[in-house]
Design a protein around this ligand. Structure first.
Ligand code: F6P
Length: 359
């Protein structure tokens, strides 16, 4: 047997750990051959590969990024290339089938977020490829799995950053606004806010009222606490207002690039409270570096089970965590977006412990 592996979408701590365990399971346990496709779907369209064996994946468990590269712009159904000097966007999914056949594959493991997995589903359904998915994202916004890998690492990175920011905020009697990723969900902000003891957490699911944020800062001042940390998710918006967008991305999905709400909020806080306010945008730091112990374990388990799914011919499905088990669910479920429920027990507990959500 021979299988392929591909990583698509934004990188995420733990991708290498999944590759490592999948390759070891396939080569050492099943005695199969494995090939990695380079730079996401681009490698599959252009047949750019590298062989992967146990030795090639040595030392990957703790390494961030992905050793086979990734891309969040290359979609075989709307592929961009220059032909005769002009830029065209067209369906090259037949080239994917050719690559699959040319490599003599019995299965293909695709590790990616909702966009990558939606394409994987199409290739399975429309082209009949033997695909198994593995969901990844630091955003933790896929309902099919208890946790996506990369999320725990991102939460740990933000928590450590806020711990450090708190001490400088306290020294200067400042308000510090920390902007984190998460797209249109507030999982990273909520979990790291609880872990770091942020004073105000602003998430997309609970539109904020700047007056309420100011109230919390005043309340802290009245108790002799002259500094405050506001943790804001990039997709947050004011009551009756809109998200803050950097720009439209020039890709087929016309996705928006979020960012900047931290600056908006900081300006509003300073104008209203007259307290000196600074902004820290953590950005891609949240996606870089070594995965946490939790993510390493999750990734190792997902890699093994994805290969077992190929062995059991469970195609058109993805591996996911249903604590304490790794299970398989239809790839369709990767499209179900999970948001923070404002009436969730955890939100109530955060409020009870003194955290404001700016509402
Ligand atoms: O989905 C993961 C994520 O990091 C989001 O939290 C963020 O909005 C987006 O990707 C950033 O994407 P890019 O790396 O293309 O800027």
């Amino acid at each position: 047997m021979k299988i392929g592996i591909l990583t698509g979408g934004g990188d995420c701590p733990g991708l290498n750990a999944v590759i490592r365990s999948a390759v070891r399971t396939a080569t050492d346990h099943y005695k199969w051959e494995v090939v990695g496709f380079l730079n996401g779907y681009k490698g599959l369209v252009e047949n750019k590969t590298r062989p992967l064996d146990s030795r090639a994946v040595s030392g990957l468990l703790a390494r961030g990024g992905t050793m086979i590269g990734t891309s969040n712009v290359d979609n075989p159904y709307a592929f961009k290339e220059i032909i005769n000097g002009s830029r065209v966007t067209h369906d090259v999914s037949d080239r994917v089938v050719k690559t699959y056949e040319a490599n003599g594959l019995d299965g293909l493991i695709i590790i990616g977020g909702d966009g990558t997995l939606a394409t994987a589903l199409k290739l399975y359904k429309e082209k009949g490829l033997n695909i198994v998915g593995v969901p990844k994202t630091i955003d933790n916004d896929l309902s099919a799995t208890d946790y996506t890998f990369g999320f725990d690492t991102a939460v740990n990175i933000v928590t450590e950053a806020v711990d450090r920011i708190k001490t400088t905020a306290e020294s200067h009697d400042r308000a510090m606004v920390v902007e984190v990723m998460g797209r249109d969900t507030g999982w990273i902000a909520l979990h790291s806010g609880l872990a770091s003891g942020a004073h105000i957490i602003v998430i997309p699911e609970i539109p904020y009222d700047i007056e309420k944020i100011a109230e919390k800062i005043y309340e802290r001042k009245s108790k002799g606490k002259h500094f405050s940390v506001v943790l804001v998710s990039e997709g947050a918006k004011p009551l009756g207002g809109n998200i803050t967008v950097k720009r439209l991305v020039d890709d087929p999905s016309n996705a928006v690039r979020l960012g900047g709400v931290g600056n908006v909020l900081a300006d509003q806080i300073e104008a209203l409270t007259k307290i000196e306010t600074r902004v820290v945008t953590l950005g891609h730091v949240q996606r870089g570096g070594k995965p946490s112990a939790f993510d390493r374990i999750l990734c190792t388990r997902l890699g093994v089970e994805a290969v077992n799914m190929v062995a059991n011919k469970e195609f058109g499905k993805m591996a996911c965590l249903k604590t304490p088990f790794i299970k398989s669910v239809p790839l369709e479920e990767s499209a179900h977006n999970r948001k923070v429920d404002p009436s969730d027990q955890m939100i109530g507990e955060a409020r009870a412990s003194g955290i404001s959500f700016g509402d």
